[in-house]
Design a protein around this ligand. Structure first.
Ligand code: ADP
Ligand code: MG
Length: 694
């Protein structure tokens, strides 16, 4: 199916001269296994040896090229481990070329006494003279082309030399064919962008610092190509899904009305809007997949509940999936009173359900006696069957993979899907990360929440903070104490957290608990349970406290080594407090001195609690790849585009992709065929699969 013109690019890199299996493995780590991966890995730096100073004028440490006369060979005395020296000169002075472990016959050949040579390398002052240790290049001045004045520098890894990587990349470039133009001609011409091949060659051949910029026409063109491939694929996937028939879910409103009346509060405007979006989708006979994004505490659960009632009104069932046991239980506890009042039945299914009790639950579910099933991954098990699942909600969706979305979709006859996340994603990223879903954002929090008083305090004032914790605990306040986890040294961090646990035990006795990644789920749950019940004053956690867990009585969040956390993570953690009308505070303990980025991060946190503002700042400070994080499945990693600078290109690519899918949905026109090449080039396999031949 792949257009044959692309075949050379999809060959294994071992097809390149000089790339054996060992080197291929190393290149695989920094670029990828195929030749196209090398093309799509741009240089991150460059070497410039075009400076041509006289020997006396060269600056110490400068990389430069010198035209010299070879005066004298100075081999080391036998048996001494000294370098082999070759003394050269120009009319301004002398320079010594030094070679360790040199082969004399080779040096005599490349540096014949009395002749002129072009020598390139880093010049240094040494014992009152000037020297170059192991020049990078030595050539005949008649053949200056043997010495490249500019060389790209690629990302490297241990064991992979710059020269080997450069050669592989250069050889990959030689195999790149000219492809038909997939960009709209008027768009391309307005920007005076050149062809794809031209752009790829330009990006790989920088001759100045400016050429490395992400804003050169060549790089912009390639970034746009990548974004266009991304957006086109997302829209194609979305359209294919929508075309599949779903079911129209349109309740009569009797349960939602009752529930709204029973709620102890009024929905915020933002909640109403999100709920309307969801209900509207449900009514349509298409498969719904909608993401509801809202900060911690913005009240997503009740929106999900009301939408589930809409499904139940039609006689069908609904499911609510949570990533952890605790979260599932909390959902059950918070929804049970409401469910009772309006006369529907809730049940919970987690990994803990075993034996006869589990069997009974499954029987009730299959018989349709259970209206809403709340649960963890356990819901995916094959033995779990609904009588008629029409609507499923996934909470904290970033904890689940795309494939789990699919699993859930098989639990009923084409159920509608709503996914919720508290991880705010900047608008630009949302387009690429969630482009295949419709998105509603709850941008407003329920009224009456007091802002969290956020402070930064150096670790040297730990004693004051411990004092504060003692006073707070005496008043009946509850405290989260988070210790960082650095992956490379989980053990060390655990020790740090356990030390802290000991410190606090001395002050508070058995009113301190600790949870960490090495504990079993049940043990963790037990400790957390004691915290929610108020039996513990302080909960120490090594890792992130379970996402979304609600302990409204906790009012103090202390984050130790806050400088080691990302901005979004800090914001999530802070969201654990400030969930009631009580005054809450967040203390960011840091180790001085703070670097520039860490300072900026902590400052933003002090200044705002708006998750979307924080997400945008996070993007600016860290770059897109980092914000999304490799661990979060479903997010694309761009290789040429960088959303911190190419955000506007993304919006244009989005519009372009929409127009294309409207006017040429099957990619059958001439441009359509070029666009197929684009999709293959960037391995948008999910979209490629949707293409029919032709
Ligand atoms: P999240 O979006 O983080 O999942 P929740 O759904 O857990 O937030 O809601 C947080 C708290 O806010 C809950 O105790 C919930 O009852 C309450 N809440 C939700 N909506 C409103 C509202 N409109 N007014 C007041 N309180 C609300
Ligand atoms: Mg929640």
């Amino acid at each position: 199916m792949r257009p044959t013109i692309l075949n050379p690019l999809f060959a294994d890199i071992t097809a390149l001269t000089g790339v054996g299996p060992k080197i291929a493995a190393l290149i695989g780590r920094v670029a990828g296994p195929r030749i196209v991966d090398l093309l799509l890995t741009p240089p991150i730096n460059m070497i410039d040896r075009s400076a041509r100073p006289a020997i006396a004028d060269a600056i110490q440490g400068q990389l430069a090229t010198f035209l010299v006369t070879v005066d004298r060979h100075d081999p080391p005395p036998k048996g001494r481990r000294l370098p082999y020296k070759v003394v050269c000169s120009d009319e301004t002075g002398f320079v010594t070329l030094a070679f360790f472990h040199a082969r004399a016959d080779y040096l005599e050949k490349v540096l014949p006494e009395g002749e002129q040579r072009l020598v390139s390398g880093k010049i240094e002052d040494f014992k009152g003279g000037r020297q170059i240790v192991h020049p990078d290049y030595i050539t005949d001045p008649e053949k200056p082309d043997d010495m490249p004045m500019h060389e790209p520098v690629y990302p490297l890894t241990a064991g992979l030399s710059a020269a080997v990587m450069r050669k592989a990349s250069r050889n990959a470039l030689k195999r790149a064919p000219e492809l038909s133009e997939w960009q709209d001609p008027s768009w391309r011409d307005a920007r005076q962008w050149r062809s794809w091949l031209d752009a790829i060659n330009t990006v790989h051949s920088p001759t100045s610092r400016e050429d490395l910029s992400l804003l050169t026409p060549a790089r912009m063109r390639l970034a746009y190509d990548e974004l266009l491939a991304n957006q086109l694929a997302l829209i194609m996937v979305r359209n294919a899904r929508v075309k599949k028939k779903g079911r129209a879910i349109d309740g009569d409103g009797r349960l939602t009305k009752k529930a709204k009346a029973a709620l102890p509060f009024k929905l915020t405007k933002a909640q109403e809007v999100a709920l309307d979006d969801v209900m509207e989708d449900m009514r349509l006979p298409e498969r719904m997949v909608r993401l509801v994004q809202g900060d911690v505490g913005s009240g997503k659960t009740v929106v999900a509940f009301l939408a589930m009632l809409n499904a139940i009104e039609t006689g069908a069932q609904a499911a609510l999936m949570a990533p952890t046991e605790i979260l599932a239980r909390q959902h059950l506890e918070s929804l049970a009173p409401l469910a009772d009042q309006i006369g529907i039945s809730l049940d919970i299914l987690t990994g803990r359900d075993k034996g006869a009790a589990r069997k009974e639950k499954l029987a009730r579910l299959a018989a349709g006696e259970t209206d809403i099933l709340i649960g963890t991954h356990a819901i995916f098990q094959e033995t779990v069957t609904f009588r008629d699942l029409a609507f499923a909600v996934i909470d904290e969706q970033h904890r689940f993979g795309v494939h789990q979305r699919v699993l859930l979709a098989h639990k009923g006859p084409r159920p509608d899907l709503m996914v919720m996340t508290a991880t705010p994603i900047p608008r630009t990223l949302a387009l690429t990360a969630y482009g295949d879903m419709d998105v509603s954002q709850i941008t407003e929090k329920p009224p009456g929440r007091k802002p969290v008083d956020t402070r930064t305090i150096p670790l040297t004032r730990l004693d004051d903070v411990l004092d504060g914790v003692r006073r707070a605990a005496a008043k009946g306040d509850q405290v989260y104490w988070v210790c960082p986890l650095v992956e490379e040294s989980e053990m060390l961090d655990l020790t740090a957290a356990e030390d802290r646990f000991e410190t606090l035990k001395e002050i508070l006795g058995d009113r301190v608990g600790i949870v960490h990644g090495r504990m079993s789920g049940a043990d963790k749950d037990a400790v957390m349970e004691r915290f929610y019940n108020g039996d513990l004053s302080v909960l120490i956690a090594t890792t992130v406290i379970e996402v979304g867990v609600n302990a409204p009585n906790a009012t103090i969040m202390i984050i130790e080594h806050a400088e080691r956390f990302g901005l979004a993570q800090l914001h999530q953690l802070r969201g654990r407090v400030g969930r009631s009308d009580k005054k809450s505070s967040c203390i960011l303990l840091y180790k001085a001195p703070l670097g520039e980025t860490a300072t900026a991060r902590l400052k933003i946190l002090r200044e705002t609690e708006d998750g979307f503002v924080i997400a945008e700042e996070d993007l600016r400070l860290r770059g897109a790849g980092d914000v999304l994080g490799a661990a979060q499945s479903g997010f694309p990693q761009f290789r040429l585009a960088d959303l911190t600078v190419h955000g506007e290109l993304l919006a244009a690519a989005r519009d372009d992709a929409k127009l294309i899918t409207q006017s040429d949905p099957g990619l059958q026109t001439k441009r359509g065929h070029a666009l197929r090449e684009l999709l293959y080039l960037f391995s948008r396999d999910e979209a490629v699969k949707l293409l029919s031949a032709g």
